[in-house]
Design a protein around this ligand. Structure first.
Ligand code: APR
Length: 226
């Protein structure tokens, strides 16, 4: 029977593709201060440092590939309605073939006007330099949600989670709100699974599948395809 499967993903699903997480041993927030590169104040204080941080992450992203977890989620669309609510700004879900991807924290492969947030531009092979301007003549910035800015697509994400038959949480420390709180919107009938190598505290009603995304997602989804 075709079901509604909602996936809530974080940086851990892209770790096996070679992208750093934020809070792991070699995480981004181990080597950079959030306050230097991921807040509106940082942008006002030193836009070049901010652009360098996101340009470096984007250049790495272009060199890596989706992993078995991303690919299995794309394949599941042949069997079920699949909606991916992701905190990630990488495009690996899309590059694996997933179509229903909702980005809560923005998209690294896009730029936006620093004056009007609805002016968004795909970057393709380009990065963002000081002096790159939007059509209004304002500096382009990463299309990424910084700390203190509002999360994107909240209503859409919450509505999907509230209607999920299955909710699969993968690769997130569930430490950043409001995103982390969205998973509590799943109704009691929803089957809940959490995939991560370690868990600080397992949210209510979840089955913990201990291991990495690329190890645990393909066999789990295979059992949903039969
Ligand atoms: N497979 C599955 N999970 C993994 C793997 C893996 N190979 N490697 C690490 N993990 C898990 C870690 O155990 C951790 O729980 O992924 C999680 C990564 O947590 P974070 O680094 O905190 O990333 P995330 O939860 O996505 O951060 C949320 O914080 O800084 C903001 O905007 C940023 O979207 C980000 C948000």
């Amino acid at each position: 029977m075709r079901e509604k499967v909602v996936v809530f993903s974080g940086a851990g699903i892209s770790a096996e593709s070679g992208l750093p997480t934020f809070r792991g041993a070699d995480g981004l927030w181990r080597n950079h201060s959030v306050y230097d590169v991921a807040t509106p104040e940082a942008w006002a204080r030193d836009p070049q440092l901010v652009l360098d941080f996101y340009n470096e992450r984007r250049q790495l992203l272009r060199r890596v590939q989706p992993n078995a977890a991303h690919r299995a989620l794309a394949a599941l669309e042949q069997y079920h309605e699949v909606v991916i609510v992701t905190q990630n700004v990488d495009d690996l879900h899309e590059r694996a073939g997933s179509r229903g991807v909702i980005h809560l924290h923005g998209e690294l492969m896009k730029a936006r006007s620093s004056e009007r947030e609805t002016l968004v531009y795909p970057l393709g092979e380009r990065d963002i330099q000081l002096g790159d301007l939007c059509e209004l003549g304002s500096q382009l910035r990463p299309h990424v949600v910084w700390f203190g800015e509002s999360v994107h697509n909240t209503d859409q994400a919450c509505n999907h989670i509230a209607q999920a038959d299955k909710l699969l949480v993968v690769g997130t420390s569930l430490s950043v709100y409001p995103a982390a709180g969205f998973i509590t919107l799943a109704p009691d009938k929803t089957e809940r699974y959490l995939i991560a190598p370690e868990v600080d505290s397992l949210p209510d009603g979840f089955v913990w599948l201990k291991g990495t995304a690329a190890e645990q997602i393909p066999p789990l989804l295979q059992s949903w395809m039969n």
